[in-house]
Write a protein that binds this ligand. Structure first.
Ligand code: BES
Ligand code: ZN
Length: 615
C-alpha cells in the first residue's frame, strides 16, 4: 500500500522527494509535442521504488545520471491511467540519487495549449503555453506532482528562432543550439532545417510543481515599472493597451510589501495571453499569466493583478499542502487582494468587490446543495477532480473567515498576525491544522470567540459571516431587488456605473425575471453587446434562464471568442441544466463541437463534464 500525502498524487511519503529538476524541452510545433528529458535530483540516495506522476507521457528511457556510462534503470507505467491522477511511473532504484528520464508529451497534454497562427492576435505565428494548476504539471514532465513537494528547476527550451520564450523563472540567455541539441528526434526534414535557438531559465526558489510555466510565441514587451514588464504577442496596439492597463503595478507591489513583508521573487512580470486562456489570472512566480479580457481600461485589470500579486505571499510563499486545503491559498489571497485594492482604489471599490464575492458565495451554496462537502473550507477530495469542483467557496468563505478574525481582534493586531504568519511559514506547504495551531498560539482564546470548527468543518455559510455594507453596494443591491416590480433603473441612477457596478446589479436581479423585462433592460442599456465580458456574461445568464432566444446568437459568439472558464461554465450549464429544454441542449452541444478545438484542454474537460452530467 502506498503512503499518500495527497489524494491527487502518487507521491509516497516513505520515498525521498525530488529537490531539483533540470529540463530540456524541444518544442515541435508540427507535431504539437515536447521531446524532452528531465534530470531529477532526489533529497537522498534511494533503494527501492520511486513513484512519479505522469499523464499521457511516453517514457523512452530512465538512466542513472551519476554513472559515467548511461546505465538503464528499470521502470514501468501502470497499465490503466487513473482518470484523475493519470499514470503511475514506477522506477526501481538501487542507491540512486540522480536519474535522467527521456520522454515525449502527447498532443493532448492537459497542461498545454498549442495555438495555430489563426488562433492568435498576430495571425502569423503559432503559440504554446502551459497551465499546470492544480494537477497538470505531470502532463509536461514526470514528477511528484503535489504542492507538498517543492522543487527548484532549470530549463532549456529549444524553439524556432522566429519565436521567443518566457517562463516562471529567471531568464539566463538565448543562444544557438549546441551540436547535440540541434534536432532531437526530428523526423520532418523541412522543420529540421529551420533555424532554432535555445532559451535558458533557472528558478532558484523552491516552488510547488503547479507553478511551473512557460509560453512560446512571437512575444514582445513594454516596461511598466522598475521590476515589471508586460509581455504579450508582439502586436503594438495590444502591447500599448496592456502597458496602459497595468501601469499601476509597481504601486501595488509597494503596498503589498507594506502589508505583507518583502516581495521575495525579484521580478513581477505579466504575460497577456490569447483569449483562450482558461483563467482570469494565474500566479506563476515572476511571470503572472493573464486573460486579455481584463484589458478594458477600468478597475478590473488592476484587481486581477492585485490578486495574482497577493499570491506572491499567500500561495507561492505559503502553499496549501494539497488541494483539500486550497482555501489557504485562495482565501488568504482574496483577503490580501482586497487589502491592496482598498489602498489603491479606495474603500468603496473594495466593498463592491466584497459584495460581488458575497453574491458568488451564496450562488455556490445553490450549486452544491446536493454536494455539501464542497461548501466546506477544508474538503475531502478523495476521488474528486479539482477542475470539476473549482468554485468561489475557498475564495469567498476563506475571505469571510479571515475577515471575521480581523473583526474580532482588530485590524492592527490582525495585520501583525498576518506578517508573522507569512514570515513563519514562507517556502513551506502547510495544512489547515498548522494554520489553526498557529492562530490559537498567537491569538490566545480565539477559539472561545469564534467557532473555528463551524468555519473549517461546517457546511454552508456560518451565521457570523457578513454581507458588506457601503453606500454604493447597498444602493445597487436594493435597486436590483426593486426590479421584480418591473422597474428599470433610471438613467441618472446608473450614470456613473462601470462594469463592476453593472455586474453586481445583474447578479442580484431575481432569478425569475421574464423575457420581456430582460429585453427592456437591454434595449435601454445595451448590455448584451457590452465590451466588458463580466457584464455581458452576467446579462446572458439572465437571458438564457428566461429563455430569451433573441440573445442566443450573442451566447454562441461569446462561447466561440473566449475560453475563460468563468464564462464557459455558467453559460454551458444554464443551456443544459433545465429539464425539457431540448433546443438549448442541442445548441450547447453544437457550439461545443464547433468551439472545442479552440479551448485549452482543461476547459475542454470541464465543459465535457458539464455536458455529460446533463445530456
Ligand atoms: N490560482 C488561481 C487560478 C487557478 C485556480 C487555476 C485553480 C487553476 C486551478 C488564480 O489566482 C485565480 O484565482 N484567478 C482568478 C482571478 C480573480 C480571483 C481575481 C480567476 O482566474 O478568475
Ligand atoms: Zn488565486
Amino acid at each position: 500500500m502506498a503512503a499518500a500525502v495527497d489524494p491527487h498524487s502518487y507521491t509516497d511519503k516513505r520515498q525521498p522527494l525530488t529537490t531539483h529538476i533540470s529540463l530540456s524541452l524541444y518544442l515541435s510545433f508540427p507535431t504539437t509535442t515536447l521531446q524532452s528529458s528531465a534530470l531529477l535530483t532526489l533529497s537522498s540516495a534511494h533503494t527501492g521504488i520511486l513513484s512519479l506522476d505522469t499523464r499521457s507521457l511516453t517514457i523512452s528511457s530512465v538512466v542513472d545520471a551519476d554513472a559515467d556510462t548511461l546505465t538503464p534503470i528499470p521502470f514501468s507505467l501502470s497499465p490503466h491511467p487513473d482518470p484523475i491522477k493519470g499514470t503511475l511511473l514506477t522506477i526501481h532504484l538501487s542507491s540512486h540519487s540522480r536519474i535522467l528520464i527521456a520522454f515525449t508529451t502527447s498532443p493532448s497534454s492537459s497542461a498545454l495549449q498549442w495555438l495555430s497562427p489563426t488562433q492568435t492576435f498576430s495571425k502569423t505565428s503559432p503559440f504554446v503555453y502551459t497551465q499546470c494548476q492544480a494537477i497538470h504539471a505531470r502532463s509536461i514532465f514526470p514528477c511528484q506532482d503535489t504542492p507538498a513537494a517543492r522543487i527548484t528547476y532549470s530549463a532549456r527550451l529549444n524553439l524556432p528562432a522566429s519565436l521567443s520564450a518566457v517562463m516562471s523563472a529567471r531568464h539566463l540567455h538565448r543562444r544557438l543550439p549546441l551540436p547535440g541539441e540541434a534536432a532531437m528526434a526530428c523526423d520532418d526534414s523541412m522543420w529540421c532545417a529551420e533555424d532554432r535557438v535555445v532559451e535558458e531559465f533557472v528558478m532558484e526558489q523552491p516552488i510547488p510543481p503547479y507553478l511551473f510555466a512557460f509560453a512560446v510565441g512571437q512575444i514582445g514587451f513594454r516596461d511598466v515599472g522598475p521590476r515589471t514588464r508586460v509581455y504579450a504577442e508582439s502586436v503594438p496596439s495590444l502591447l500599448d493597451s496592456a502597458a496602459r492597463e497595468f501601469a499601476g503595478t509597481e504601486d501595488m507591489i509597494r503596498q503589498g510589501e507594506k502589508l505583507f513583508g518583502p516581495y521575495d521573487w525579484e521580478r513581477f512580470d505579466l504575460l497577456v495571453l490569447p483569449p483562450s486562456f482558461p483563467y482570469g489570472g494565474m500566479e506563476n512566480p515572476r511571470m503572472v499569466f493573464l486573460t486579455p479580457t481584463v484589458i478594458k481600461g477600468d478597475a478590473t485589470g488592476a484587481q486581477v493583478v492585485a490578486h495574482e500579486l497577493a499570491h506572491s505571499w499567500t500561495g507561492n510563499l505559503i502553499t496549501n499542502k494539497n488541494n483539500e486545503h486550497f482555501w489557504l491559498n485562495e482565501g488568504f489571497t482574496t483577503y490580501a487582494e482586497r487589502r491592496i485594492v482598498e489602498v489603491v482604489q479606495g474603500e468603496d471599490r473594495a466593498a463592491l468587490n466584497v459584495g460581488i464575492g458575497w453574491r458568488g458565495l451564496n450562488d455556490e451554496m445553490e450549486r452544491f446543495k446536493d454536494n455539501l462537502e464542497f461548501t466546506k473550507l477544508k474538503q475531502n477530495q478523495e476521488g474528486v477532480d479539482p477542475d470539476d469542483i473549482y468554485s468561489q467557496v475557498p475564495y469567498e468563505k476563506g475571505f469571510q473567515f479571515l475577515w471575521r478574525i480581523e473583526r474580532q481582534i482588530g485590524r492592527p493586531a490582525f495585520d501583525e498576525f498576518l506578517k508573522k504568519y507569512i514570515a513563519t511559514f514562507k517556502f513551506q506547504s502547510i495544512d489547515t491544522e498548522t494554520f489553526l495551531d498557529f492562530l490559537k498560539a498567537n491569538v490566545p482564546g480565539i477559539e472561545k470567540e469564534i467557532n473555528l470548527e463551524v468555519w473549517i468543518e461546517g457546511t454552508g455559510i456560518p451565521p457570523d459571516a457578513l454581507e458588506p455594507i457601503s453606500n454604493i453596494y447597498t444602493k445597487i443591491v436594493s435597486l436590483a431587488h426593486e426590479f421584480k416590480n418591473g422597474r428599470l433603473p433610471r438613467e441618472e441612477e446608473v450614470a456613473d456605473w462601470g462594469g463592476q457596478e453593472w455586474e453586481l446589479y445583474l447578479e442580484n436581479l431575481p432569478k425569475s425575471v421574464e423575457a420581456s423585462q430582460i429585453s427592456a433592460l437591454d434595449k435601454r442599456y445595451r448590455l448584451a453587446e457590452s465590451k466588458d465580458y463580466e457584464v455581458k456574461v452576467a446579462f446572458l445568464q439572465l437571458a438564457i434562464t428566461a429563455m430569451c432566444r433573441d440573445y442566443y446568437g450573442e451566447v454562441e459568439k461569446t462561447l466561440k471568442e473566449v475560453g475563460r472558464m468563468k464564462y464557459l461554465r455558467p453559460l454551458y450549464t444554464l443551456l443544459v441544466q433545465f429539464p425539457g429544454r431540448e433546443d438549448e441542449k442541442l445548441l450547447a452541444k453544437r457550439i461545443f463541437m464547433e468551439a472545442r478545438d479552440t479551448y485549452h484542454p482543461i476547459a475542454q474537460g470541464v465543459v465535457e463534464a458539464i455536458l455529460s452530467k446533463h445530456l
